[in-house]
Design a protein around this ligand. Structure first.
Ligand code: ATP
Ligand code: MG
Length: 334
């Protein structure tokens, strides 16, 4: 079922938390809301869930206006950031809770709970209580509980943020896998750009209550439209027009026709380096990051960041020349 968010605005007193936000979520699409703290991600998710009123705009699911449907009757699966399991219920009682409310017979609930535990790869610990589980296990239970009732829409608010890096990476793949198998439209909130890029079909980059850009992960990374997106999604070197022309002479031909100031966003991996005694840059730092080396260079009174994937022979103090392909970089609105 298709979710349509049209021109939603939301005020908390005088403060405007959402500014005419419009977004479509297709039938089996996985959409990530990405943006810094306070940009309105949770507010938008809560409005879609029916947990928060809004001031103007419309929300439609499958052609039906959601204003007429209260939160309990929307039939959405919701997982919040902090594990929201019922502490006094076992794992199987937690997962089966929604089915019990719907008055399923106990036999069928038990069978469904077993099936769900398998789906989210939860181990054989059905009789444990939430405090006897690891963080990752608790979030698996929360996800199983959210999808137990065959939700029409799955809403996830930073479901992985409390987990350590390894479990988080593993859970990303599993949430995506479960969502694909069930084919439910899903909105997940995150402020972690890597999470959004690895999981989403569509990333919605938000800033100050507004959508800055919507696109596939690749579009957002390769063709950011604004300075904010270029900076928030990955690392960018932002060059003004004169600087850009000095580094890549051909780039001026690609400058957008529209007015207003533009900057060239150049990814660190687009900057090639060659040691050269009278090179234009001087290496100030080399940071080893495991799979890559991040190299800071002083160039014409400013800093550039480059990344190279192999072992590098450049060291602080070296002079370097740049090798930047003519197609590199993306013009963004300053
Ligand atoms: N109940 C409320 N009353 C007043 N202001 C609120 C309320 N809820 C949220 N806000 C404000 O609205 C803005 C958006 O909050 P929201 O929780 O949506 O941000 P977020 O993008 O989810 O941030 P985070 O990444 O920190 O969770 C913030 O400035 C917040 O202080
Ligand atoms: Mg939030």
């Amino acid at each position: 079922m298709h979710l349509e968010i049209r021109d939603i605005s939301k005020f908390f007193g005088d403060f405007q938390a959402l500014r005419e936000v419009s977004l479509d979520v297709g039938g089996d699409e996985f959409v990530c809301l990405l943006g810094p703290s306070g940009c309105g991600k949770t507010t938008l998710l809560r409005i879609v869930a029916g947990l928060e009123p809004y001031d103007s705009g419309t929300l439609m699911l499958g052609g039906r206006d959601l204003r007429e449907v209260d939160a309990q009757h929307r039939g959405f699966g919701i997982v919040f950031q902090s594990y929201s399991l019922f502490p006094n219920m076992t794992v199987s009682e937690n997962i089966g809770y929604g089915l019990k409310i719907q008055k399923w017979p106990q036999e069928r609930i038990n069978a469904k709970v077993r099936e769900l535990m398998e789906l989210v790869r939860f181990p054989e610990l059905a009789e444990r209580y939430p405090h006897e589980l690891s963080g990752g296990q608790q979030q698996r239970v929360a996800i199983a509980r959210a999808i137990a009732v065959d939700p029409k829409l799955l809403l996830l608010d930073e479901p992985l943020s409390a987990l350590d890096a390894r479990v988080r990476a593993e859970m990303r793949a599993e949430i995506r896998d479960v969502q694909r198998r069930l084919g439910i439209p899903t909105i997940m909130v995150t402020h972690d750009q890597e999470e959004a890029l690895t999981m989403a079909d569509k990333v919605v980059c938000m800033k100050d209550g507004r959508i800055e850009q919507v696109g596939t992960p690749h579009e957002l990374y390769a063709r950011p439209q604004t300075r904010f997106v270029a900076d928030f999604v990955g690392i960018s070197n932002l060059l003004d027009e004169a600087e850009a022309a000095r580094l890549i002479p051909e780039v001026v031909n690609r400058k957008p026709k529209e007015g207003g100031a533009h900057l060239l966003a150049l990814r660190p991996e687009e900057i090639g380096l060659r040691k050269e005694d009278d090179g234009a840059g001087e290496v100030t730092a080399v940071t080893f990051l495991g799979n890559i080396n991040r190299i800071q260079i002083e160039w014409q009174g400013r800093e550039l960041v480059a990344e190279v994937h192999r072992t590098t022979d450049v060291a602080p103090g070296d002079r370097v020349a740049f090798e930047v392909g003519p197609e590199s970089g993306a013009w963004v609105r300053a």
